[in-house]
Design a protein around this ligand. Sequence first.
Ligand SMILES: Nc1ncnc2c1ncn2[C@@H]1O[C@H](COP(=O)(O)OP(=O)(O)O)[C@@H](O)[C@H]1O
Ligand SMILES: [Mg+2]
Length: 376
Amino acid sequence: MKIKEINIKNFRNYPYLSIKPNENINIFYGKNAAGKTNILEGISMLISGKSFRTNKDKEILKFGEEFFQIDALIENGGLEKDYFLEYSQNKKKKITVNLSNINSLKDLRRQGQIVTFIPEDLEIIKGGPSLRRKYIDTAISNLDLIYRYNLSKYNKILKEKNDLLKTRNKRLNEKFLFEAYNIQLASLGAYLVLGRIKFIRDLNKEIKDIHFNISDGDEKLDFSYISPLRDFEDIKDIEKELIRGLNSALEKDLFVKYSTYGPQRDDLEILANGRDLKIYGSQGQKRSAILSMKIAEISLIKKKKSSAPILLLDDVFSELDPLRRKRLIENIDGIQSFISMAEKKNVEEFKNILANIYLVKDSNIKKVNGGNDVGK
Ligand SMILES: Nc1ncnc2c1ncn2[C@@H]1O[C@H](COP(=O)(O)OP(=O)(O)O)[C@@H](O)[C@H]1O
Ligand SMILES: [Mg+2]
């Protein structure tokens, strides 16, 4: 997937901005608060229907304006498509592709995927299990739309069950009701668990060569799925085991007033040379691991989907050491990438690469070249 042209209107600090990006790498550099991340956010909004910074579209609307719009010409699998997105205050977002309405984010994401790498992603390794679950869930959802659908259904039902655990109504036939919830949770949860087992297996295979390259042969990265169901293979067995586990946890759940058992409690252990990276890893090792995970994600999308994703790197490039930067550039060759950085100093590293380089200033961009942009 490649963006040929993108125009944004009333988006954050931009009254209007038009970009004809390079189909390989696009660098945006400029001072703090110049509006670099806002450009990446606009791309994410159009392709995934969401910002990677906020769930509130209203925040994105340029101060004092009534609506924002993004339109783009995007090439995918040999076809060119016109994308259009409009948000007006108090109205639902409207998205069309080739003038046809896109009514769900699922349908939008069927068209193409985006992989983002932002400074907060380091928390996937350093932070709590929920961030690692979110990483796995997002990565699998990019590959499997049914997973995305089942996950959101699972979460909805889980929330209902948790609400009921909090505000019990003893007049109801409680046990019967909770068991009915458990049947639904087990059926959806089994799909999630099996999806995670398979994804982590694929990720382990994919990351081997990537991380060998990123770490210069120093380190082996492994992922281990932390779940009581990690060794299962068959969806029916997982479902049976989930029902059993959910029902036997009920007494405890009623006491603590939330659901103590199920895939919402899973975790992912990330091991570097066999040791837990979260505990023993240096800052640099953690950064390299995240970098490899992102590259593996791109690689899995390329393999399993008909087209490559678009990559957004917000403020992370300059944080990597020179070797990792070099490896990163090698690994994303051919993937259309949008990279923001505060300082111009790393721009030099793109001089032999197909790239457009833009200075972001005064709510506008100026192409300064310096990358090998073959006259585009
Ligand atoms: N809704 C909005 N309307 C107008 N300007 C905004 C809005 N939201 C953020 N901004 C402005 O955008 C700028 C920050 O842009 P950002 O892309 O985060 O900068 P950076 O170049 O550091 O990545 C700030 O000047 C901020 O005031
Ligand atoms: Mg920024």
